[in-house]
Design a binder for this molecule. Sequence first.
Ligand code: DOR
Ligand code: ZN
Length: 347
Amino acid sequence: MTKTTITITQPDDWHLHLRDGEALNSVAPFTARQFARAIIMPNLNPPVTTVVRAVEYLDQILAAVDGSDFEPLMTLYLTDNTPASEVIAARKSCFIKGLKLYPAGATTNSDAGVTDIRNCDAALEEMQKSGLPLLIHGETTDPQVDVFDREKVFIDKTLQPLTQRFPELKIVFEHITTREAADFVLQSGDNVAATITPQHLLFNRNALFQNGLQPHNYCLPVLKRDIHQHALLEVIRSGNNKFFLGTDSAPHAKNKKEGACGCAGIFSAHAAIEIYATIFEQQDALDKLEAFASFNGPDFYGLPRNNKTITLNKEDWTIPDEYPLGDETLVPFLAGQTVCWKLSETI
Ligand code: DOR
Ligand code: ZN
């Protein structure tokens, strides 16, 4: 019998961009309405490189979700110069849950990122010792490498050697997009896990070019061939506990997405859990949704699973064409399309 309602432990989003200023106030409530916690990406301008900056940012986020009990899980932005002492301070802070590696130039606000991972050895040594995870944007920045091969080349040239030099380091391979990435995680030890976004499950690279250029389906890592999409779908159907929910919801104003040089990033926080539920149902894997969304992430990070539950009802609703983003607007993922699960308003 097909289900018309599902109740699961409240989920968390293990990869989220909230921005700052007015944009933060516009987008944060969408996440707080469904998720108990979220890993907050530090790629602001300037980036969140220190514990002191992370406290300020945490306060801004808490103000933006005032009235909810949403808990932001903060991260620091790793640079060539992050000292071991900052890792120790992060560990002691208790609210910082990881450091994010952006290869310099790989994506939005990554200019201050890492130019050579060997420059980070002191920080990585300390992270390995203290169990603080490294969250990785896994793409090579070599401009000679085809954009569709950048994740695979990163695995071979950077990630594989890194895991050999730091065999105990906890790693979250963020927003994986390829069969090679899924295989790498499956073949690694329990200290290596991955997040998967809704767009990389729902779409392949055809979605970038269907009926003309589709800037709102453009993110980094870019959508790949269907064989890679199918590998990710196979992973979620398998229920393997190394993979968990991370939306990579990344708001950009409509004019920045649709301009001559469109920004990378897809905003999905408005309907994230509903979209994942729709995908899992399409895969005949609704029974695997709760572990993916609510168990595997906290288990990997060594955090308690949430106590509350959420309920989703089988109900068609249409995603709006736009939402406000400060005094600009935002085009959400799947704008104008119908989703068949709806979050019940009460938690
Ligand atoms: O598409 C993306 N957008 N990928 C990233 O890695 C960063 C993000 C953003 O911050 O806009
Ligand atoms: Zn991201």
